[in-house]
Write a protein that binds this ligand. Structure first.
Ligand code: TYD
Length: 218
């Protein structure tokens, strides 16, 4: 069985978490081995970098380099080996988040992000036997939880102590959303846009329908 790589994306407060866990369970219930992971993070080194990115002040280039460094470690140690074993990798965020947050939110140069992505995700630079595919490793499906920034902000009120991103004003998240929309427009067949302002049950049905449309779940 060939590996599957599914990412979840969206602004903070979009409500991805419960659906990520539910999708992992749905695959397991059908006998698939699942690797549930997240970015930045997913390895000890990448989790250490995550703590820095979420809590230490730094300029946008430093932030960008750290999320890509974390991604590189995550790909080589976790994602690529899991895909090579035929597992389903369900990942809370991947490089679309860098284009949305650093590119959109922080106004960091989109072309530089593309260069970094081409390096970090280059299939021929990943040692473990990744299956044949496009030159640059990308998810097979990206579930983009789209909702108005104001609705997401309302959901986060009082939820927890905000990190460096959650503490941003809503204008930042409008720019992040625009970054996701741009990324979606560039790879429409990879993206499924989920209307995330709807009820949890409706959102789950949209998630299931998007995955079933690919023929991956019955
Ligand atoms: P998030 O995935 O929302 O986790 P939690 O639910 O635990 O808060 O937090 C990760 C944050 O990191 C989120 O605000 C987006 C940000 N981020 C980037 O800025 N760039 C990236 O490349 C990635 C993967 C995440």
């Amino acid at each position: 069985m060939s590996g599957l790589f599914i990412s979840f994306e969206g602004i903070d407060g979009a409500g991805k978490s419960t659906h990520i866990a539910a999708l992992a369970q749905a695959f397991e219930a059908q006998g698939r081995a699942v690797t549930l992971t997240r970015e930045p993070g997913g390895t000890p080194l990448a989790e250490a970098l995550r703590a820095l990115v979420l809590h230490e002040a730094m300029d946008p280039l430093t932030e960008t380099l750290l999320v890509f460094a974390a991604r590189r470690d995550h790909i080589t140690r976790v994602i690529a080996p899991a895909l090579a074993q035929g597992r389903v990798v369900v990942c809370d965020r991947f490089s679309d988040a860098t284009f949305a947050y650093q590119g959109g939110g922080r106004d960091f140069d989109w072309d530089v992000l593309r260069v970094l992505e081409n390096w970090v995700q280059a299939r021929d630079q990943i040692a473990s036997a990744v299956e044949p595919g496009p030159d640059v490793l990308q998810p097979d499906l990206t579930l983009w939880f789209d909702l108005p920034a104001a609705v997401a902000a309302q959901r986060l009120v009082g939820a927890r102590v905000p990190d460096r991103f959650e503490a941003q004003p809503s204008g930042f998240f409008e720019k992040v959303s625009a970054g996701y929309a741009r990324r979606c427009a560039q790879s429409p067949s990879r993206f499924a846009r989920i209307e995330a302002h709807m009820s949890a049950e409706s959102v789950w049905q949209q998630v299931l329908a998007s995955v079933r449309a690919k023929g991956w779940l019955s």
